[in-house]
Design a protein around this ligand. Structure first.
Ligand SMILES: Cc1cc2nc3c(=O)[nH]c(=O)nc-3n(C[C@H](O)[C@H](O)[C@H](O)COP(=O)(O)OP(=O)(O)OC[C@H]3O[C@@H](n4cnc5c(N)ncnc54)[C@H](O)[C@@H]3O)c2cc1C
Ligand code: SF4
Ligand code: SF4
Length: 397
């Protein structure tokens, strides 16, 4: 374990380190700095002390051996009921760029049952080859068997970079595999770049509540693993004439797993399918009343779109969490995004600012949402929504 301590004899209780700690984890007690229980061992305070009174020791984790033996970029091709998730084609688009910069191959890893045709499709989206493990027990995602097989494949083929969607499956699989391989994983990346000189993946993600962007590297261990949210990267147009290889590796398939998936039940919430929608109408606290949220739903229904929401109204219980857009909700990228009575807090923008067209309705002309809006309507959201509903009803009859 890493540890941190204040060297009491060197500490003058000047308090400078208090300002350096982003977590408020240092207090001055009896003229000495004292580290509190909420310290995350981030190390930000160490260099702030001019008297070298803060000492931090880190684990000696060593390196992964010969990291130059690791080559190529992999994408986890998650599937549900035999259908490959859209995030996979987005990751292949991004992975293609990274692989080309490194001069390496791009591979997809597909686990399932009867997935040959899907494997072929992954090639059309940019993969040079697909590692396909087809077995009836892999039809449904299972943390245990998927992590086991994925780890076997990485240990054998040694990819340099592994990308997964920051989806329920990817978020479950990624940490399990990274921990088994004793390597790092950066979650929820919004940007990936290559430092070609050092062959490092520069993994950028929001940090400290979205107030700054952190670029994280994994210099001593391989593979370099990232999860990426859906709708952040762009997929390539499929090219059916692309040629690639489908490899069926020989792996041990764990059949005696502790967890058995007996049934998958799609809840009503999952049918919202916010991340795939071309049009989203989102409502915020500016609607003033939970009853007015029906106007958001009505407009979405007329336009054939999905319903989104800010966290404020989700927390207030107006609408289910599955509709929340933003840093702690879903990341969306529709063709048109209506922000109705939403202020445009940085955490909300983190989930929707890549929308092609943003139409914001807000009574405050200085609301931050107008900074990212393509079209802004200043006015009472209830009145504007009623007018839009009436007009669209006429035009879309
Ligand atoms: C760690 C963390 C994670 C978070 N994650 C998310 C997230 O995922 N998604 C998210 O949305 N938020 C998130 N938040 C919360 C975020 O900071 C904001 O508090 C939230 O987005 C505000 O929601 P809002 O815009 O609906 O409400 P408000 O900020 O209250 O804004 C309401 C807006 O409506 C306008 N308005 C008021 N009355 C009217 C009217 N009659 N007509 C027109 N306009 C009107 C106001 O001018 C105002 O701009 C997070 C916060 C934290 C700290
Ligand atoms: S640890 Fe260093 S910076 Fe913090 S109070 Fe003590 S002397 Fe000052
Ligand atoms: S290590 Fe980080 S969290 Fe801990 S006291 Fe220092 S700055 Fe604060």
């Amino acid at each position: 374990m890493a540890s941190i301590r204040i060297i009491s004899e060197k500490c003058y209780g000047c308090g400078i380190c208090l300002g350096a700690c982003p977590f408020g984890a240092i207090r001055i007690i009896d003229k000495k700095a004292v580290i509190q229980d909420n310290c995350t061992l981030c190390g930000a305070c160490v260099s702030s002390c001019k008297f070298n009174a803060i000492e931090m020791t880190k684990d000696e984790t060593g390196t992964a051996g010969d990291i130059s033996a690791y080559r190529g970029v992999w994408v986890f091709a998650e599937q549900k009921e035999g259908k490959v998730a859209n995030v996979v084609t987005e990751l292949l688009g991004e992975g293609r760029k990274l692989a080309d910069q490194l001069g390496e191959k791009l591979s997809a890893v597909l686990l399932g049952d009867g997935m040959e045709a899907a494997a072929q499709e992954l090639i059309s989206y940019g993969a040079d080859n697909v590692y396909l493990v087809d077995h009836p027990s892999l039809q449904r995602f299972n943390d245990e068997s998927y992590a086991d097989i994925f780890t076997q494949l990485i240990s054998r083929y040694k990819p340099e970079i592994v990308l997964m969607g920051a989806t329920t499956y990817g978020r479950s699989l990624g940490p399990r595999v990274a921990s088994r391989l004793n390597t790092g994983l950066t979650a929820d990346c919004t940007q990936l770049e290559i430092d070609t000189e050092r062959r490092l993946l520069l993994q950028t993600r929001p940090a400290f509540g979205g107030n700054l962007m952190a670029t994280i590297i994994c210099p001593d261990h391989r593979p370099q693993m990232s999860t990426v949210r859906p709708k952040v990267m762009k997929a390539l147009d499929p090219d059916p004439s692309r040629v690639g290889e489908i490899i069926r590796p020989d792996v041990d398939i764990p059949l005696d797993t502790r967890v058995k998936v007996l049934e998958t039940v799609t809840t009503l919430c999952e049918k919202v399918n916010l991340t795939e929608a071309d049009i989203i109408v989102s409502g915020g606290r500016g609607l003033g009343d939970p009853g007015n949220f029906a106007l958001v739903e009505e407009l979405a229904q007329i336009l054939g779109g999905a319903v989104g929401a800010s966290r404020a109204v989700v927390d207030a219980g107006w609408v289910d969490y599955s509709h929340q857009v933003g840093q702690t909700g879903k990341t969306v990228g529709p063709k048109v995004y209506f922000a109705c009575g939403i202020s445009g807090a940085v955490q909300h923008l983190a989930g929707m600012s890549s929308s092609d067209t943003i139409i914001a309705i807000n009574k405050d002309p200085d609301a931050p949402i107008f900074k990212v809006a393509t079209f802004g309507i200043t006015g009472d959201v209830v009145e504007v929504l009623k007018a839009l509903i009436s007009e669209f009803k006429k035009r879309l009859k």
